[in-house]
Ligand binder design. Structure first.
Ligand code: MLT
Length: 410
């Protein structure tokens, strides 16, 4: 008899963003003329930087000529891209990351899920609450959790609340956990972690033999020079952390697809028989077997991010979205909302007004303002009573959405 992976049956409802899309589509079917503005999923709206477009156009030409045509590339990514990433994203910040420790991929979402392939089933796992749902759902799928309770919390996971009460900082757990997911600048709260806070996590991981999965997909939005962009800026992190990065949010590659994961060669774990194993070797083996690399054309586009023109153009894009975030913060504050984040991150985390639940506020915004956001409770039980507004949209749409909300809630 065929057996399915019954862990999938433990998953709550749909994945958050398709569930939002389903509700919005139902509303639009009944109200086809509603001028919907989407500030929900963190999907970029502005065109790709010219430097990336030019590089990809040149790469397309190369693919059309027998002399320069490329077939399969290295599963880990082309050396010319890995070297630029290592030099500019890490070595320039004093992090001794080598190009061979960079694995180019088609997305940080895929990598944060796929990384579980190289870990055993019996690890204790900690996530923040609220949290990017992929970290939780991929552990459910892999059979690492028990059932969910009515608040959506899965048995077997350690949840670390990040709330206004602790200024959205992730407190170190008192118990020992093996795998820890951290995301800074944070999705969904837009909060950041200081060097001291991250150093405390690294020290905890080293003391307890834990591994930190550090999602830095939003590092380019850091405006405060004192904040770390990479976990490898902290002492000892190369012995206990894997970092995930993406070109989606800094260079607008959500539809183009390119990201990378850093697995330092110094990161080792002991087997049950006491043998020291390099995680780099396992991830390299995993990628070589299950992945054929990112397309040559897209990697040339990603490489252009590191050119002088590319750097200037992505800075402009990021400033544009951060200005949107500042507008959202200012407008919502002007009518009395409590707002967080949105300064070093493209997400503004809002306390729902009038004691509304996150989904009630979602419905109210959709019906009364035709604006779509993301209910905080979709990111975890501690997100209840909060709402995430994304700054990824055109200026015109952001201004219009804020006009509608401030009129409805003044
Ligand atoms: C989000 O809205 O949280 C992100 O767009 C999701 C993602 O990057 O996969």
């Amino acid at each position: 008899m065929v057996k399915i992976n019954e862990s999938y049956l433990k998953l709550k409802a749909g994945y958050l963003f398709p569930e939002i899309a389903r509700r919005v589509n139902a509303f639009v079917t009944e109200n086809p003329d509603a001028p919907i503005i989407k500030l929900g999923i963190g999907d970029v709206t502005e065109p790709l930087p010219d430097a990336c477009l030019d590089a990809m156009a040149a790469a397309v030409k190369e693919m059309g000529d027998r002399a320069t045509f490329k077939g399969y590339g290295p599963e880990q990514g082309y050396a010319w891209l890995r070297e630029k990433i290592a030099a500019q994203d890490f070595q320039a910040r004093g992090c001794q990351i080598d190009a061979s420790e960079i694995f180019v991929s088609d997305g940080a979402k895929c990598d944060t899920g796929n990384i579980l392939d190289i870990f055993g089933k019996d690890n204790t796992i900690a996530v923040t609450d609220p949290v990017y749902p992929v970290y939780v759902d991929t552990n459910v799928m892999a059979g690492h959790t028990g059932e969910a309770d009515e608040s959506g919390k899965y048995g077997g996971l350690t949840y670390i609340p990040i709330t206004a009460d602790n200024e959205f900082t992730a407190q170190i757990p008192t118990e020992k956990v093996d795998l820890i997911y951290l995301c800074f600048p944070n999705n969904p709260t837009g909060a950041t972690a200081s060097k001291e806070q991250l150093q405390a996590w690294v020290d905890y991981a080293k003391t307890n033999g834990s591994i930190i999965f550090f999602d830095a997909a939003y590092e380019a939005f850091i405006t405060d020079d004192s904040l770390p962009h990479s976990i490898y800026e902290l002492d000892g992190a190369k012995d206990c952390a894997i970092e995930f990065r993406s070109f989606s949010k800094n260079a607008g590659f959500t539809g183009t697809r390119c990201a990378f994961t850093v697995v330092p060669k110094t990161l080792t774990v002991k087997t049950s028989s006491g043998e020291e194993v390099q995680l780099w070797k396992l991830w390299n083996r995993r990628q070589s077997t299950k992945f054929n690399g990112v397309s040559y054309i897209v990697q040339r586009g990603a490489e252009a991010v590191y050119s002088e023109a590319g750097q200037a153009q992505i800075k402009e894009l990021i400033s544009f979205y951060l200005e949107n975030a500042a507008i959202i913060r200012k407008e919502l504050e002007s009518v009395g909302f409590d707002v967080f984040g949105g300064v070093n991150a493209p997400y503004v985390w809002v306390k729902t007004p009038e004691g509304l639940t996150s989904w009630d506020f979602f419905d109210k915004l959709l019906i009364n303002c035709n604006v779509v956001g993301t209910p905080g409770s979709g990111f975890g039980a501690a997100g209840e009573g909060y709402f995430r507004i994304s700054a990824f949209n055109s200026r015109e749409n952001v201004l219009e959405a804020m006009k509608r909300i401030t009129t409805a809630f003044k």
